[in-house]
Design a protein around this ligand. Sequence first.
Ligand code: ATP
Length: 323
Amino acid sequence: MEKIRRIAVLTSGGDSPGMNAAIRAIVRTAGHYGIEAYGIKNGYSGLMNGEFELMNSKSVAEILQRGGTMLYTARSKEFMTDEGFHRALMVLETFKIDGLIVIGGDGSMRGAAKLTDSGVAAIGVPGTIDNDLPYTDSTIGFDTAVNTAVSAIGNLRDTSSSHGMVSIVELMGRNCGDIALFAGIASGGDIILVPNEEYDEMEICRKVIDGKNRGKHHCLIVVAEGASISGNELKKTIVEHTGMECRVTILGHVQRGGSPTATDRIIASRMGQYAVEVLMAGRTGRAVGIAKGELIDMDITEALEVKRGPREDLIKLGKILAE
Ligand code: ATP
């Protein structure tokens, strides 16, 4: 096994709170073991263009608590072309990089898997607020996004209950309903709509009216962005069928920002350290994650194929608690 002398790290796809904590852990772990660490700016785009910067312990000071990513991020179509991909390989060769750590979501991991197939020692670290990588219990940024949503919903509840209205909050997550499900339960949502489920809009209207008749001052409906009904469609139906006042809030990119929670800082730090140690142990083409509280690494391609069924237990809990 050849000694790892020089590694590089990039962040790619949507940014997520905690990416900085992971970069810091990677750079400082590398320093601890006497390995040079380069930061690559702007994801795969910066990789193709040689936007490399040698980092040290000081370069990653004061970033642990910051949202976003100090290395910036990008989505690059060019990297997906043969020409762009070849250029990325040439740049890695030019800088004599022995191991590349990619922090990002499923698309970024696919890029890392493709690099692995071409002989690059790549490691994927899951950084996305969506929590849509089921091989790991949690992705970096998910906990912060849930907490941001819970805080925003708390503010909405105050005003909506003062006016006795229905509030619909649409949360991010693409085709994964975890942000909506977790934030919905943590906020005492009356109705939570997640992707891959069919909903009877009349039943939702009946629930809204039932709640009002039971003396509820407020009805909170949490809708995942990938749900079969959008917040605005549902509002139209509720207003028509219940006559109640209803407001839709689409939380959007507010959920992407903010200082990472302690939980995200810790998983990001752990995964960052582990990613470097996995490379040092000679394991490449691995996706790093957390399962039942323990750090894990598995083949990236296999990790991307892991599927998770609907979270029946949490969906049921949400319904019981709203009765
Ligand atoms: P998020 O989940 O936050 O959107 P992501 O990593 O899934 O993050 P994508 O836009 O899907 O974001 O992917 C980021 C970049 O990874 C793409 O712009 C592209 O350069 C690269 N990428 C995506 N899919 C592939 C693929 N199949 N092969 C090679 N590279 C890919």
